[in-house]
Design a protein around this ligand. Structure first.
Ligand code: SF4
Length: 326
């Protein structure tokens, strides 16, 4: 193995990108292979550690369903569109969105540790040539109503520590920016990303950091994942979680309860349970509002209040996420 490349980058190179290789690895029967798409506009990208958690010769595994393109994606539904949250309407630059008061979101990269089949940004016109944030930093400097910058993407942890460090340095110089929020799924697939270098970068930042992970099923949260998130918590950085409610993945009372308990036992606050953003190809994941509300009611009846996420939906042009009553 090369030594000048961080371990997490070397591990990332082992991600599955070939459907045939993955189907062989999962020992899928020829009958089950008929339900898998051999190619997709949003390509397969699956870390090996997640693939290793998938039950062999089954299409019902909650991890498989999140990452492997199935023929269900070809179901057409008028409600499911290319840009369900109208991201393009809110772009101040190709890499900066401004939706809610006091906050701006940087689309830091197009890359992710894994490609989720239900990703609402899978058709986003990512700017891939200009990797600088000069224009965005200028806009942030000019608008002193912005107190919080959300690092999103793609996944901001796809950036190397050098790029993140230079972004931090620029944000440090803007006094009205008080908080930096990470939105990441990286630790679920490649926990090695949270290494000593990244932790020291977090520790060196004078702004208050919030670290928000995206996790949908308790199977994603093993001791390695919880262990690295504990290291982030030990820096005094709050770790929260966001979950997307997905049919066939986590739309069962006991699954969601186990997810929330695993999170809070790891010191992580369940923040949001999102109703699915209706992106084209994801209609098979839809859960009715009625069922979503009933699932959250069950959580509330079985968990401490701080362990119950807010059930919300994103509706374009609203001033905040829309809460669903539970
Ligand atoms: S990790 Fe997040 S941004 Fe990346 S594909 Fe999944 S949902 Fe989309």
């Amino acid at each position: 193995m090369q030594t000048n490349v961080p371990l997490w980058r070397q591990i990332q190179k082992e991600n599955f990108h070939s459907m045939n290789a993955l189907m062989d690895f999962l020992e899928l029967s020829s009958e089950l292979r008929l339900h898998v798409l051999s190619s997709s506009h949003f390509p397969l990208n699956l870390p090996r550690r997640l693939a290793e958690k998938i039950q062999k010769n089954s299409l019902n595994d909650p991890i498989l369903r999140q990452f492997v393109p199935l023929i269900d994606e070809q179901i057409e539904s008028f409600k499911f569109v290319l840009d369900p949250v109208q991201d393009k309407e809110f772009c101040k630059t190709p890499k900066m969105l401004k939706k809610y008061k006091g906050r701006a979101l940087l689309v830091t990269t197009s890359a992710c540790a894994m490609n989720c089949r239900f990703c609402f940004r899978q058709n986003f016109p990512y700017e891939t040539k200009d990797k600088s944030f000069e224009k965005e930093i200028e806009l942030l400097k000019e608008d002193d109503s912005i107190e919080e910058v959300i690092l999103s993407g793609g996944d901001p942890l796809s950036l190397g520590d050098g790029a993140l460090s230079s972004l931090f340095s620029m944000l440090e110089l803007i006094p009205h920016i008080k908080r930096i929020r990470f939105h990441t799924r990286f630790p679920i697939g490649i926990p090695e990303r949270i290494d000593a270098s990244f932790l020291s970068l977090l520790a060196s930042c004078s702004k208050q950091i919030f670290f928000v992970i995206h996790t949908n099923h308790p199977k994603e949260l093993d001791q390695d994942v919880l262990g690295v998130l504990r290291k982030v918590l030990r820096l005094g950085i709050p770790v929260l979680s966001q979950t997307v409610l997905l049919r066939g993945v986590n739309d069962e009372e006991e699954v969601l309860l186990s997810l929330c308990k695993t999170l809070v036992n790891g010191g992580i606050i369940p923040y949001y349970l999102h109703q699915l953003d209706p992106v084209q190809g994801a209609s098979h994941f839809e859960v009715s509002d009625e069922k979503a509300v009933s699932l959250v009611r069950f959580l509330r009846e079985n968990m401490s209040g701080y362990g119950v996420p807010s059930l919300v939906r994103e509706e374009p042009y609203r001033l905040s996420k829309t809460p669903l009553q539970a």
